[in-house]
Design a protein around this ligand. Structure first.
Ligand code: GLN
Length: 455
């Protein structure tokens, strides 16, 4: 809490800090430990954690960094929060993000701008820039994020932290505010691979309250990380993704990436080049599917049920429809409105097959590409982000340039496979570079072994 107090004026990672709750939870854990009542508690018991404000917390305001949810105090906990509390982990507070997790720089937050601890003139990435910066600035040892197209991994890369998007369905989404439901996944942010493994073991597992939850046991992730730390990768087949490199990737990023590949080779891994020919279409498919789901999910913010309500001004008929329009006009930011409009268009009668239908077909081709690649190799690798952290404002007027930052992270969400970003040193500009591992669906443990070897 004292580190948060000294770092926050420069970093602004937190939308709200909850010192009283955190201290009460820490005291409760201490009392349990003093009484010897710690049987069955995970290794992370007592370790504090920061939570992205996209995840609902009972009794603690949850806003998704949107004016439309300002003041909303959830009456329930997300499943991951219930599990974190049961593990004896104090919750430090809620971290900043792009509004409704839509963005790659955290600049689209309705409330504040989060700074990158490596260079406070630069963005921390997004949408989970708050969680990543909190961990990078030593304000929290661990954090939770949500990843729909890279929002855990890309900020991880830009802040030199570890970020994991688990297999779709491996961690319950109950209580994660929905952005694009077929892509969203909650996951860990940490400073070491082992910490993420321990955290994913706490939050993972089947949940009957999430209809897309996979009924399977959590794999032994910490064991895989500990094995990887021995730095012996003989027998591991690594595939270099041909399509995720070259044009558009900063030379400094590629240099560090290639050096990391050499390190994997040096530890005994067999490295081959692999092609997934449909990957170049991922970004296009994502920017049809994601806004379509956004337009549907965000229809619930109508001024009736949660947060903000704006009544029409005098002279305008005081109808429910007008109230909804005025509320949504005032409550949503530009980027969210842009996506609602794009998605509504893509789903309209007459356009549905041409846009949404085609994008879903591309998605299937990408799933098949990955399945074919994983017949040949155990893990796939790429740079996490084509660039290091960029300056504030650099991409705010150019949505397409902002979207390009996600080219390497989006394919894993489309395919539902697990992926992780680990720090791979600093680029020529002195800023962190991220190295991405991708593994077959339901084999999250396959990420942890080589990632722990590399870090
Ligand atoms: N940056 C991507 C987007 O803007 C990913 C967002 C996310 O993963 N939540 O959609």
């Amino acid at each position: 809490l004292s580190v948060i107090e000294s770092a926050e004026p420069d970093i602004k990672a937190f939308l709200r800090v909850c010192p009283d709750d955190a201290l009460a939870q820490a005291d409760a854990f201490d009392a349990r430990r003093a009484a010897g009542d710690v049987e069955g508690l995970p290794e992370l018991a007592g370790v504090p954690i920061a939570i992205k404000d996209m995840i609902v917390t009972k009794g603690i305001e949850t806003t998704a960094a949107s004016k439309i949810l300002k003041g909303w105090i959830p009456p329930y906990d997300a499943t991951v929060i219930t599990k974190i509390k049961a593990a004896g982990m104090p919750i430090l507070g809620k971290t900043n993000l792009d509004e409704f997790a839509q963005g790659s720089s955290t600049e689209h937050s309705a409330f504040q701008t989060t700074h990158n601890p490596w260079n406070t003139d630069c963005v921390p990435g997004g949408s989970g820039g708050g969680s990543a910066s909190a961990v990078a600035a030593f304000e929290a040892p661990l954090a939770l994020g949500t990843d729909t197209g890279g929002s855990i991994r890309q900020p991880g890369a830009l802040t030199g932290t570890v970020g994991v998007k688990p297999t779709y369905g491996a961690v319950s989404r109950f209580g994660a505010i929905a952005m694009a439901s077929s892509l969203d996944q909650i996951g860990p942010v940490s400073r070491t691979v082992l910490d993420s493994a321990l955290l994913q073991e706490v939050i993972g597992g089947y949940d009957r309250r999430d209809s897309t939850s996979i009924p399977m046991d959590v794999p032994h992730l910490a064991d895989a990380a500990r094995e990887g730390a021995r730095m012996d990768l003989h027998g591991l087949r690594v595939g270099l993704l041909k399509e995720l490199g070259g044009e558009g990737f900063q030379p400094g990023v590629e240099k560090r990436f290639n050096e990391s590949v050499d390190l994997l080779r040096g530890m005994g891994a067999e490295v081959v080049e692999v092609s997934c020919p449909h990957l170049p279409y991922s970004l296009g498919a994502y920017y049809i599917i994601m806004p379509s789901e956004v337009s549907s999910n965000l229809a619930r913010y109508d001024g009736m049920r949660y947060g903000l309500r704006v009544m029409p001004p005098e002279g305008v008929p005081q109808t429910a429809a007008n109230m909804m329009s005025y509320t949504r006009e005032a409550g949503f930011g530009d980027e969210v409105k842009r996506r609602i409009i794009l998605g509504t268009y893509a789903l309209s009668a007459g356009y549905y097959d041409a846009w949404y239908g085609s994008a879903q077909k591309v998605r299937t081709l990408i799933i098949r590409d990955f399945a074919a690649a994983f017949e040949k190799v155990d893990v796939l690798v790429s740079p996490t982000s084509p660039t290091t952290a960029f300056r504030f404002g650099a991409k705010m007027d150019d949505p397409l340039a902002m979207y390009m930052n996600d080219v390497a992270t989006i394919p894993a969400n489309l395919a539902g496979i697990p992926a992780m970003s680990v720090p791979a040193g600093l680029s020529d500009d002195g800023l962190p570079v991220g190295f991405q591992f991708l593994a077959p669906q339901k084999h999250d443990e396959a990420l942890y072994r080589p990632a722990a070897a590399l870090e």
